[in-house]
Design a protein. Structure first.
Length: 245
């Protein structure tokens, strides 16, 4: 089944330049295609991640329903005098890993994520998306991606979600500093799980906090880790964890 998604429409003559100055990716690349991007706070932290599909007279924003309101409100705040309209739509989002339907688009984050399609009905398949996400280090809105997340720590560059050549965007200075001037000390990683552990469990090593376990799929999971403490065995719940990647 398709996770809850909503689609916003951005119209108006200034729609591309308006969004271009706000989000992490190059909106010009969404002309008749689809990109993955995010809107950040001025401090570089996550507000919402979404896909942008460029159509003839509008941009469609495919966003988790849980984050539709906050995204719409923040875009309205930035609108000022720009010739831009922001409206909800009834467009239905589908995705799958089988044969791509007519009018579908390859998910720009990773080949394993298959396709996305936009229409009047749900044609999603029964893919185990958590298994794919864990296997390929793909964070999810509201799970690995929260309002305390720095997107580079969540692997956004590898997911084709940041364009460092596009020019300024909200939070760009922080993101660029993390890219060029520091080595990431924390971030999302895959872990092997031996024993019973649940999403949300605190992870420790030698009695010291290391991070938090997020998505669990069979005996592997995605965890947010402090890397300098994640080099050996760790504990979460009743399980032993080791970092894979």
């Amino acid at each position: 089944m398709m996770p809850d998604r909503s689609v916003l429409s951005i119209g108006g003559a200034d729609r591309v330049s308006f969004l271009q100055g706000l989000v992490t990716n190059d909106v010009a690349k969404a002309d008749g295609s689809i990109i993955y991007t995010a809107l950040l706070t001025p401090q570089g932290k996550f507000i919402a991640d979404f896909f942008v599909l460029g159509q003839k007279d509008r941009l469609l924003l495919d966003v988790a329903t849980s984050h539709t309101q906050v995204l719409g409100q923040r875009l309205m705040m930035y609108r000022l005098r720009a010739d831009v309209s922001i409206e909800p739509t009834d467009t239905v989002v589908s995705r799958g890993t089988g044969e791509m339907p007519d009018g579908g688009f390859a998910d720009p984050r990773h080949p394993a994520l298959g396709w996305r399609a936009y229409g009047d009905s749900n044609i999603s398949d029964a893919t185990d998306w958590d298994a794919i996400r864990v296997a390929n280090l793909i964070p999810a809105t509201g799970i690995e991606l929260t309002d305390d997340t720095y997107v580079l720590e969540a692997g956004f560059e590898a997911l084709n979600g940041v364009d460092f050549k596009k020019g300024c965007f909200v939070g760009q200075e922080i993101v660029a500093r993390m890219k060029h001037k520091t080595t990431l000390k924390k971030g999302i990683a895959r872990v092997q799980i031996t024993g019973k552990a649940n999403a949300g469990d605190a992870i420790t090593a030698a009695g010291k906090p290391v991070g938090t376990l997020h998505t669990v799929s069979d005996d592997t999971g995605l965890a947010y880790l402090r890397f300098d403490r994640a080099e050996g065995e760790m504990q979460a719940g009743d399980a032993t964890l080791t970092r894979i990647t």
